[in-house]
Design a protein around this ligand. Structure first.
Ligand SMILES: [Ca+2]
Length: 234
């Protein structure tokens, strides 16, 4: 994944400079602007979570903002969804102000569905009126769409949600949630079973079979996951 990302970054950098610019200024190739590293990811994040998003894009360049609550990488293979400010649960869908044009451009059917999930929930909530907040469960494992496995920073699928599908192994610190995971879901569509570790080479914290979830990893494993890897289940 990192190799793919860096390859993408290199392609993106050349594209951003443009062939014409290279021809016009053949002796300036070494004078990259200090901003060059982030130029490929397009415009800076906007909205109430812009600061959190900008921080994560420093760690993981190449992400695009798809709503006020969410960033996506690799055409939606990885998605991070934050709770709105003042909330403890990330929205089940993509949240507020979905950038529909960006979602469409990514071409991910799952992401398209997830953006509609968020909208449908909001409409239902409005229709149910004042009682809706009492009826809503705090968080639900179904907030992790079928094709992903997800890590949550809170118990009961609360907090920020990190959705992965093509990634097999990574360090949580690469995604800004080192030692924060408290609940998880492996919906199984990714075809991966997940092994969570305190650190690479440590004994295993927990195992995520396909199609399982855990609303609380337990006090001895809480906020300890720093690394995970997978086996492919077919
Ligand atoms: Ca936590």
């Amino acid at each position: 994944m990192l190799d793919r990302l860096s390859a993408r970054m290199k392609r993106g950098t050349v594209g951003a400079l443009g062939a014409a610019a290279l021809l016009a200024a053949p002796f300036m190739a070494g004078q990259a602007s200090p901003d060059n590293g982030t130029a490929h990811s397009g415009t800076a994040p906007s909205g109430p979570l812009a600061e959190e998003m900008a921080e994560l894009l420093e760690l993981q360049p190449g992400g695009v903002q798809i709503s006020d609550n969410a960033l996506a990488w690799d055409d939606g293979a990885t998605v991070v969804v934050w709770p709105s400010p003042g909330e403890t649960v990330a929205p089940a869908g993509l949240g507020e102000n979905v950038r529909a044009d960006v979602v469409e451009e990514l071409g991910s059917e799952t992401l398209q569905e997830q953006s509609e999930t968020g909208n449908a929930a909001a409409v239902e909530g409005d229709a149910a009126g004042a009682a809706s907040s009492d009826l809503q469960p705090a968080g639900s494992y179904t907030s992790c769409p079928y094709s992903y496995y997800c890590f949550y920073t809170g118990s009961n699928y609360d907090g920020t949600r990190y959705q992965f599908s093509s990634t097999c192994s990574s360090y949580a610190s690469n995604w800004g949630f080192n030692n924060q995971t408290t609940s998880w879901v492996n919906r199984g569509g990714s075809g991966k079973a997940i092994y969570a570790f305190d650190y690479q080479g440590s004994s295993r914290l927990w195992y995520e079979a396909v199609g399982t979830q855990d609303s609380y990893v337990g006090s001895s494993d809480n906020n300890r996951m720093s690394y995970w890897t997978c086996t492919y289940t077919g």
